[in-house]
Ligand binder design. Structure first.
Ligand code: 6GU
Length: 224
């Protein structure tokens, strides 16, 4: 899978993408990430990428031309299955959306900033508008990293069997059971006996019970 990210702040991505699961996916040749600085596509003599809003109002608006130039150049090089726009007024991201996006071969992710992006960008170029939740971030970059992480880790071959995405909270509609490691007794706080019993079948039953109880207590909306 190839993901192209269009941003005014390319440096924000370097640390996050150099580590952890995303890095492993890239190392294994399962994910290709390309970060594009929208400013490089400005033909303006001052490399302007934003301007005052027509009709007035607070804040600057990202201009269409540099964004269009970047998207059109990329589309001339290969087919894109989807062009996403990260915006708080998009549809809320969830595991189901991550699963669906992970099936794409090539996808573009546009990160918005300032007060917004010229509406014609959405009309002309965007297939899907995605928010990561009901709060406002200063830009779409951190949201884009979250999408890339959630998608990267479910590409087959990225995770090992022991960390399989299939056992995640949300994949089966239930929260995960509690987990424990050594010591079996920490200052009198003991690991549940069942986990030390060696009864594989009983342990599985216990885990499922725990999943149901946790989901009922913490996220009853998932059971509804
Ligand atoms: Cl995708 N962008 C911004 N700027 N704020 C957000 C968001 C995205 N999702 C939630 N808040």
């Amino acid at each position: 899978m190839r993901i192209d990210i269009l941003t005014l702040f390319p440096d924000m991505f370097t640390g996050v993408f150099a580590h952890s699961i995303i890095h492993r996916a890239v190392e294994r040749g399962l994910l290709e990430l390309h970060i594009h600085n929208i400013r490089d596509y400005s033909t303006d003599r001052h490399h302007r990428v934003d301007d005052y809003p027509f009709g007035g109002g607070a804040g600057m608006v990202m201009m269409i031309e540099p964004i269009a130039a970047c998207i059109e150049q990329l589309k001339g090089e290969r087919h894109y299955d989807a062009v996403l726009f990260m915006t708080p007024d998009g549809k809320t991201f969830n595991q189901q959306k991550a699963n669906r996006l992970s099936l794409h071969k090539n996808m573009m992710v546009l990160c918005g900033h300032y007060k917004g992006v010229d509406e014609r960008v959405r009309e002309l170029f965007i297939d899907e508008e995605i928010s990561i939740g009901d709060y406002v971030l200063s830009g779409g970059e951190i949201a884009a990293m979250i999408i890339v992480d959630a998608v990267a880790r479910i590409i087959p071959g990225v995770l090992n069997d022991e960390t399989s995405a299939l056992t995640d909270s949300f994949q089966d509609g239930l929260l995960s059971p509690p987990v424990y490691t050594r010591p079996a007794d920490y200052q009198g706080h003991k690991v549940p006996d069942i986990l030390l019993s060696g009864h594989a079948k009983k342990i599985e039953e216990w885990k499922t019970e725990q999943q149901l109880a946790r989901t009922q207590a913490r996220r009853p909306d998932l059971l509804a």
